[in-house]
Design a protein around this ligand. Structure first.
Ligand SMILES: Nc1nc2c(ncn2[C@@H]2O[C@H](COP(=O)(O)OP(=O)(O)OP(=O)(O)O)[C@@H](O)[C@H]2O)c(=O)[nH]1
Ligand SMILES: [Mg+2]
Length: 295
């Protein structure tokens, strides 16, 4: 029998759980997650394999009005992901409810020729009544073929969703070899994990202005230790102080949490060194945006 494959884009408002869902479907953490909006900054590819079939998922940045060049790149990435795919998976947040911006997105998808399915996420946080109420809202969007309640966090409904995704596979090539679950290199995963820990620990406006950059990733000659050096950029001198913390305490915490996840990923002891630097207005700098993976 011929191989079957297809692309499915994951779209939705910020913070609804798209990346959490990507990780749950792929069963590996390939995208970082945080409770701050606009965590994902680029397209992230995840691969689902079944015998003779493959679905390539594309996680996208949450849809939001851009305020700088980075925002524009993010919006473009999310828009591009709607093209040339077998299906579009819209993630909606049951807890927050279907809001104006979700409706704006759904309205845009109405004219798409691509099949649309919805994941009603965070089922673990809401009552049956809430589910019924939110599901009723989708009656206004009859082109949505399925609306499946799930919890990306607990895994409820995720396998059933995977079954639906595989139903969109059509005759086609195996795009990714067995065992390759993402297109992201290890250095990108490390860079992102450091940013995730910073996002989780910092509050207010600081997280949105953070950019991480790996400047060295090298196993020492004796093979025992991996040197990982990274810069954390922020937009203001005052933010730099917050990221470093009293006597370096915050930076230490970010480093410890990042190392705990990076070591199993790289499979060795990691000597992680972090530097905090100020780069004003980097979100409007093409060079900085390139670091995130945009050409
Ligand atoms: N309770 C609950 N929380 C969830 C669920 N899925 C995601 N979350 C939480 O929702 C927050 C946002 O998750 P993300 O996966 O980063 O959301 P996202 O849609 O990728 O966000 P952006 O990348 O900013 O667009 C995190 O705190 C997650 O832990 C779920 O099913 N249940
Ligand atoms: Mg995300």
């Amino acid at each position: 029998m011929d191989f079957k494959s297809g692309f499915v884009s994951i779209v939705g408002s910020p913070n609804v759980g798209k990346s959490t869902l990507l990780n749950a479907l792929v069963r590996k953490k390939i995208a970082i997650v945080s409770n701050k909006a606009q965590t994902t900054r680029n397209k992230i590819t995840g691969v689902l394999n079944r015998p003779g079939e493959q679905i390539v998922l594309i996680d996208t940045p949450g849809v939001q009005t851009p305020r700088n060049k980075l925002g524009e790149s993010m919006q473009r990435a999310a828009n591009e992901a709607l093209r040339d795919v077998e299906a579009i998976l819209v993630v909606l947040d049951l807890k927050m409810g279907i809001k104006e911006r979700d409706e704006a997105l759904l309205n845009r998808l109405a004219s798409a020729k691509t099949p649309v399915i919805a994941a009603l996420n965070k089922r673990d946080r809401v009552s049956e009544d809430r589910l019924i109420e939110q599901r009723a809202k989708l009656a206004d969007y009859p082109f949505v073929q399925e609306a499946l309640p799930i919890s990306a966090l607990t895994g409820e409904g995720v396998e059933a969703l995977a079954d639906i995704l595989f139903s969109f596979a059509i005759e086609g090539p195996q795009y990714f070899p067995d065992g390759m679950l993402t297109d992201q290199p290890e250095s990108t995963l490390c860079q992102e994990l450091i940013r995730e820990k910073a996002l989780g620990l910092l509050s207010e406006e600081v997280p949105h202005g953070i950019l991480t950059e790996i400047i060295k990733l090298e196993t020492r000659e004796d093979g025992d230790i991996i040197d990982l050096y990274a810069n954390i950029y922020c937009e203001r001198e005052s933010h730099k102080g917050i990221i470093i913390g009293k006597g370096g305490s915050m930076l230490k915490k970010i480093g410890e949490r990042a190392r705990a996840e990076i070591e199993p990923l790289l499979g060795g002891h990691v000597n992680l060194q972090l530097w905090v630097k100020v780069r004003e207005g980097w979100r409007d700098s093409p060079r900085a945006i390139k670091l995130i993976g945009y050409e």
